[in-house]
Design a protein around this ligand. Structure first.
Ligand SMILES: C[S@@+](CC[C@H](N)C(=O)[O-])C[C@H]1O[C@@H](n2cnc3c(N)ncnc32)[C@H](O)[C@@H]1O
Length: 274
């Protein structure tokens, strides 16, 4: 397999439209955790009245759709993404809901806002798509007010371990593939954030799904492997599908465990000497 994409190019390919993201989110909606991931994230952000909020890499805007009743009406919120198609989908989903939300194309590496204007910046499952996370964190820190919060979510190195082990048997999950992501996981996020933020808190979220039919699992796998980048998947697809059928015949389910996490980090309060 030839794998020439950079982290950025891979993210552009993966999110050129909303389909891969939507497929993966659908699967987790059948999970064992009674609280959806988006509800859990929102309860940890604790947005207050009159706060100014910027979300980077908002995807389809699911965070706001699921928490519509709890969005303070006096807030001003900007949802942004670097993918034009993704942002259109978020707009299509949210604009009819009449919320205090605006939409903007923004690349998290080049945030076009002046210093110290946001109370909260959010980046869910997106920092690992940024080649130079440090550059993005400098910008995020710059646009946050003193004492402002940066909320970021990511996955554990053990996320979907059962599926990774299964795919490794076909040579479809490898270190080379992991080079398409930057290092920001549950286990490593604190060290990445530490130079820029203080009072870093971490919370873990686990969701387990028992998949009982072939199609949802195949769709999930395909959402991980955009065909343009992984022609070897196309060659092995039939083999993978047959192996899943066998597992389901034997055990009647394929268990996948999702392990995610949330970091809350504060911009240090600057004390001025008189
Ligand atoms: C895994 S999705 C997460 C979407 C959403 N935050 C969620 O949790 O459902 C990653 C999102 O980050 C966006 N993204 C990736 N790199 C980005 C960048 N450099 N700047 C802004 N958005 C980016 C992608 O287009 C995609 O919508």
């Amino acid at each position: 397999m030839k794998n020439k994409k950079t982290v950025k190019e891979f993210a552009e390919l993966q999110y050129k439209n909303h389909q891969n993201l939507t497929t993966r989110m659908n699967l987790w909606s059948y999970g064992s955790n009674p609280e959806s991931f988006q509800k859990w994230i929102f309860s940890n952000i604790q947005i207050q009245e009159y706060e100014r909020v910027l979300e980077l890499g908002c995807g389809t805007g699911q965070l706001w759709i699921e928490n519509i009743k709890n969005i303070p009406s006096t807030c001003s919120i900007i949802l942004s993404d670097f993918s034009k198609e993704m942002l259109s989908k978020a707009k299509e989903n949210i604009q009819p809901l009449n919320l205090p939300i605006k939409f903007e194309i923004i690349d998290a590496e080049k945030i076009p806002y002046p210093n110290q204007i946001f109370d909260v910046v959010i980046g869910c499952h997106m920092l690992y798509h940024i080649p130079n996370i440090q550059k993005a964190l400098i910008s995020i820190n710059r646009i946050l007010k003193s004492g402002g919060r940066f909320i970021s979510t990511t996955i554990s190195q053990q996320h979907i371990r059962e599926l990774k082990d299964f795919l490794s048997e076909f040579g479809l999950y490898s270190e080379e593939r992991m080079n398409l992501f930057s290092e920001f996981r549950n286990e490593t996020g604190r060290e990445v954030l530490k130079p820029f933020f203080s009072e870093i808190k971490f919370y873990e979220y686990i969701n387990q799904v028992n998949i009982t039919s072939v199609d949802p699992l195949m769709s999930y796998i395909e959402s991980l492997f955009p065909m343009e980048e992984f022609p070897d998947y196309q060659e092995k697809k039939v083999e993978v599908e047959e192996a899943i059928v066998k597992i389901l015949e034997k055990r009647s389910k394929f268990k996948v465990t999702g392990i995610s996490g949330l970091f809350e980090a504060k911009k240090p309060i600057i004390a001025y000497n008189s």
